[in-house]
Design a protein around this ligand. Structure first.
Ligand SMILES: *[C@@H]1O[C@H](CO)[C@@H](O)[C@H](O)[C@H]1NC(C)=O
Ligand SMILES: *[C@@H]1O[C@H](CO)[C@@H](O)[C@H](O)[C@H]1NC(C)=O
Ligand SMILES: *[C@@H]1O[C@H](CO)[C@@H](O)[C@H](O)[C@H]1NC(C)=O
Ligand SMILES: *[C@@H]1O[C@H](CO)[C@@H](O)[C@H](O)[C@H]1NC(C)=O
Ligand SMILES: *[C@@H]1O[C@H](CO)[C@@H](O)[C@H](O)[C@H]1NC(C)=O
Ligand SMILES: *[C@@H]1O[C@H](CO)[C@@H](O)[C@H](O)[C@H]1NC(C)=O
Ligand SMILES: *[C@@H]1O[C@H](CO)[C@@H](O)[C@H](O)[C@H]1NC(C)=O
Ligand SMILES: *[C@@H]1O[C@H](CO)[C@@H](O)[C@H](O)[C@H]1NC(C)=O
Ligand SMILES: *[C@@H]1O[C@H](CO)[C@@H](O)[C@H](O)[C@H]1NC(C)=O
Length: 520
């Protein structure tokens, strides 16, 4: 098994000289990271590589997306790129919605991160020409966030992260063209979480990252994998005196049995406090290009007392003036992750205050904090059988150029061209009732998948180059079948003829076909 293999490698590891250790570490590394999907969008085919800082393998995006064009950031920014993923990107000049589809396990919890570095790839200075430059993101069939790069430094990377539950054996991420610039994406990362983590995330609630910070004096701006084995991004925040930067080398871990957040010990080993004559402080994170007025926030605070002398430290925690937690006292060298059981708050400045209580000796401290925005997952996906039949049809006729990707019917305004869906049953998944592939250059036989779709009432396959005979199949619900202007040959199968003669089916076909079939 993989585990035995890893153990065997570790045993060898102890015996081999240093210069071989690196290779073996990589091997063990890969075993640990199974389940990570890391995609460098727009990368040339067959040029996978291991990222130099994380050691993670990045793959090209060709197997995960259909539309779009591969581009590279402009030469002037190449030298300053902080990682390889920023250098290439995929842009989507065509289509109002373009989706990536990543494999997943149904019902499992994931972190999904998308990164965007414009890098003036098109030479048009879009983030600096004074006009709005933004586009949307969907997680599956639900709105996730807007990527707003208006007045943005072209070399700076923006990232979006969502914690979500896989609705099926794939997760789709779509870029939405709002008419204010061509959507693009630089990288995409999918990381499995433990299902106990972030307990307020469920099938109808996902959370969009607003900020995830660690406080204290650490040299690197960003902490991620392998320090955080879930590859969460922790941004370092550091401030000058009278702020006090605390740190410890003691291990700081969660209480046994508490695996809701699994914050790495290294993240908890530093903290912010303030000079002892201060009664408290605020942490606030309002951000340019992101308006929180209509958003609902969920803060999670991570505390641990890391002052070895076990001081008296008690404080209240406020969100925009509202008392969330009173008289809180951090535990020594143990993580307390504080949140209000999945309650979302209104707090347009993402501003939180920690104020010491009257009889506390020391001002508050904070080690780390996460702030999330509510993402409702209310929109329903198309009936899964209909989805599977449409996928078969797409493959059967090799319909890649049609930009048929993402969910066929949902959200309504992005449904596939040529389909009509039934949304009338409000709490049931939409169904496909008509398919129009007229004049679509179809070749080959009539796909049996059409015959299997139990809600399909109207099928227009006219003006194509279909050949062969109509499959002999018991039709489910088809009321109109247009096969005119093709090269089909007879006879018309009995099953279809019967429905036609009973007046249940409006069948349209060519004279040529009629003459050859000889039945009618
Ligand atoms: C890259 O790979 C995809 C599928 O894996 C293929 O469709 C495409 O033609 C390839 N492109 C090039 C330039 O090789
Ligand atoms: C790009 O836009 C910025 C901000 O407006 C401007 O200062 C700069 O000169 C522009 N660069 C080019 C090459 O047009
Ligand atoms: C659900 O779909 C509707 C219409 O199709 C869309 O307007 C709405 O934004 C979607 N809701 C979410 C939460 O994405
Ligand atoms: C998901 O969580 C929300 C908020 O905690 C709750 O109101 C909702 O009922 C939950 N939905 C499901 C399907 O568990
Ligand atoms: C706390 O003490 C420092 C230095 O002694 C001083 O600069 C600062 O103004 C004081 N702050 C408060 C709130 O008293
Ligand atoms: C808590 O502290 C903040 C910042 O130090 C201050 O602005 C706020 O008024 C205090 N709130 C209460 C209820 O004491
Ligand atoms: C995008 O950012 C610009 C510049 O900060 C701002 O004016 C605009 O309102 C933002 N748009 C959205 C939809 O957030
Ligand atoms: C299918 O689309 C074509 C145009 O592409 C249109 O002429 C035809 O009427 C449509 N068929 C149905 C059944 O709506
Ligand atoms: C059928 O194929 C022929 C050549 O293969 C082509 O000339 C013709 O336009 C096609 N007809 C349709 C309706 O697509």
């Amino acid at each position: 098994s993989a585990l035995e293999y890893a153990v065997a490698q570790l045993m060898i590891f102890a015996l081999i000289p240093n210069r071989y250790k690196l290779e073996h570490m990589k091997l063990i590394h890969i075993l640990h990271c199974t389940g990570f999907i890391s995609i460098d969008c727009g990368l040339r085919n067959s040029s996978s590589y291991n990222d130099s800082t994380t050691g993670l393998r990045f793959d090209p995006d060709s197997g995960f997306v259909e539309g779009g064009v591969r581009r590279r950031m402009s030469q002037e920014f190449m030298a300053d790129a902080t990682n390889e993923q920023q250098k290439s990107l995929r842009s989507f000049p065509r289509g109002s919605r373009n989706c990536y589809t990543l494999p997943s396990t149904i019902g499992k919890k994931y972190l999904l991160r998308a990164m965007f570095t414009y890098g003036n790839y098109d030479g048009l200075n879009k983030t600096g020409d004074g006009s709005l430059f933004l586009f949307g993101l969907h997680i599956g069939v639900n709105f996730w966030d807007t990527v707003n790069l208006t007045n943005w430094n072209p070399s700076v990377t923006k990232w979006k992260e969502v914690l979500t539950i896989a609705p099926s054996n794939s997760i789709s991420i779509c870029l939405i063209n709002f008419g204010s610039g061509i959507p693009f994406i630089s990288s995409l990362e999918l990381r499995p979480l433990q299902d106990t983590m972030y307990p307020f995330v469920n099938t109808s609630v996902s959370i969009n990252l607003y900020g995830r910070n660690r406080f204290g004096n650490v040299p690197n701006v960003l902490t991620r994998y392998p320090t955080d084995k879930y590859d969460r991004f922790w941004v370092t925040r550091i401030l000058p005196y009278p702020w006090i930067m605390l740190n410890t080398t003691n291990i700081v871990e969660s209480l046994p049995g508490n695996d809701f957040f699994n914050v790495p010990s290294a993240i908890m080993q530093t903290a912010w406090s303030k000079e002892s004559n201060y009664s408290g402080f605020s942490i606030s994170e309002s951000r340019r290009n992101e308006d929180l007025t209509n958003q609902q926030l969920l803060p999670v605070f991570h505390f641990a007392e890391i002052n070895g002398s076990n001081p008296d430290r008690r404080f209240n925690i406020y969100s925009a003036g509202e008392l969330l937690f009173s008289d809180f006292s951090p535990s020594r060298f143990q993580v307390d992750s504080v949140h209000q059981n999945g309650r979302f708050l209104h707090n347009p400045n993402a501003s939180f205050s920690l104020n010491k209580t009257h009889n506390s000796t020391l001002p508050p401290l904070i080690n780390a904090q996460e702030v999330y925005i509510l993402v409702r997952m209310d929109n329903l996906t198309t009936d899964s059988e209909d989805v599977n039949y449409m996928k078969e049809i797409k493959k059967h006729y090799n319909l890649t150029r049609k930009n048929w990707n993402g969910d066929p019917c949902s959200p309504r305004e992005y449904s596939w061209e040529g389909l009509t869906c039934d949304y009338s049953k409000s709490n049931q998944n939409p169904r496909i009732v008509s398919v129009n592939l007229s004049t679509s250059g179809l070749e080959g036989g009539v796909a049996v998948s059409f015959m299997n779709m139990v809600s399909l009432e109207n099928l227009d396959l006219s003006h194509n180059n279909l050949t062969g005979a109509i499959p002999d199949y018991q039709l489910k619900s088809l009321k109109i079948l247009n096969l005119s202007n093709n090269q089909l040959v007879g006879p018309i199968p009995y099953s279809i003829l019967q429905r036609f003669q009973a007046g249940l089916l409006d069948l349209r076909f060519d004279m040529l076909y009629c003459a050859i079939s000889g039945y009618i």
